[in-house]
Ligand binder design. Structure first.
Ligand SMILES: [Zn+2]
Length: 358
């Protein structure tokens, strides 16, 4: 017997122990077509918190979309089979999944909504505002305000890629706890820009973290996997599912990190990968002329680990090439190879240049 009532969402009743597709209406489009934000709700049999997952706020960032797919239906994309990640019967609480917030941006293969605005600068939105403000408002009123916790899934823009890492506001204890329970080796301090989902949600008392994993326009298996494991870790931490939380032996709490930049424009050939450890002064990329002859090189300004990397070969002077977090090789090797820790070692890193300068 269920210990909880049905969950009401926009006039739909979701029975305990079930999952259901619902949607949030956004008014009609140019052809009179109905527009909406798709939502999938899994409502458990037992009482527990409401966790919301949002993906595709930036329409071209797709790894998070795949993370949500795997969590709703399991690896075979069919619910009710043995590989399901979340058992509807055993769940405590409610999971509100928004696989793609910015559907029209996704169809246009772009970050912004069709009005070319960045929805993630317009929260909490405006009921009678422009298109993007209305999308932000609809999501904020109907999903964010219902949620006790929120995880917003992103990737780097198409010109760069990110080693999967969580961003959280270190000043807010509950956000920090959530960030730590996700289980990435790197956690970056960031309260988010004005109008970003995580900043505005935290402001109304919904602790929120953000995952940055991989690049845009792709489903990348490793990035998707890190998102699935991280969300399940958070759900275990919140008591929504039974789970042995897997944490790395060491985590790096990064207040600020350093970008290596191109000193001259040209065509970029990266010599390193995200997650790779580099020494100070090590050549990490070279820049060539149109014939492929080396005209410049980029050396690492730090000994540390690459967590962000340019992947677009076209660079101009000043472009960010690699984001490097200070860390010794021995520590990084341990952080990558030893898991199943219950009480990770922590190292605080505060380098000279803030993330927001990118
Ligand atoms: Zn994004």
């Amino acid at each position: 017997m269920a210990e909880v009532e049905s969950y009401d969402f926009e006039g739909v009743k979701i029975l305990p122990g079930t999952g259901q597709e619902v949607s949030l209406a956004l008014g009609s489009g140019p052809a009179g077509n109905p527009r909406s934000i798709p939502v999938y709700i899994i409502h458990g049999n037992r009482p527990g918190p409401v966790l919301a997952l949002t993906a595709g706020v930036h329409g071209d960032e797709l790894n998070g979309v795949s993370v949500v797919h795997h969590l709703i239906h399991g690896d075979d994309h069919i619910s009710g089979t043995a590989d399901d990640r979340i058992s509807r019967a055993d769940l405590a609480g409610t999971l509100i999944c928004v696989p793609v917030v910015n559907i029209e941006g996704m169809l246009l293969e772009q970050r912004e909504a069709p009005d070319n605005r960045d929805i993630n600068r317009l929260f909490p939105g405006k009921e009678d505002g422009n298109q993007s403000q209305r999308i932000a408002h609809t999501l904020f009123e109907n999903v964010v305000k219902r949620a006790d916790y929120l995880i917003d899934l992103h990737s780097a823009p198409h010109s760069r890629t990110n080693l999967p890492h969580v961003r959280a506001d270190f000043e807010l204890k509950e956000c920090m706890e959530l960030g730590k329970s996700f289980g990435t080796q790197i956690i970056l301090h960031s309260s988010g820009p004005n109008g970003s989902l995580r900043r505005e949600a935290a402001k109304i008392g919904t602790p929120t973290i953000l995952l940055e994993a991989g690049t845009a326009h792709r489903f990348e298996i490793e990035a998707v996997h890190s998102g699935i494991e991280g969300v399940l870790n958070v759900m275990g931490h919140l008591g929504m599912i039974e789970r042995e939380i897997r944490l790395p032996a060491i985590r790096l709490l990064v207040k600020r990190s350093k970008w290596a930049r191109a000193e001259a424009g040209g065509l970029l050939h990266a010599l390193v990968k995200p997650g790779e450890h580099v020494q100070k002064g090590q050549k990490i990329a070279l820049v060539t002329d149109p014939f492929g002859e080396e005209t410049n090189s980029i050396e690492s300004p730090r000994t540390g680990v690459i967590i962000g990397l340019a992947i677009n070969p076209l660079v101009r002077a000043g472009d960010p090439i690699a984001n490097i977090v200070v860390c010794s090789k021995a520590k990084w090797t341990r952080a990558q190879s030893e898991w199943d820790s219950h009480d990770p070692e922590e190292e605080s890193i505060d380098d000279e240049e803030s993330l927001d300068d990118v």
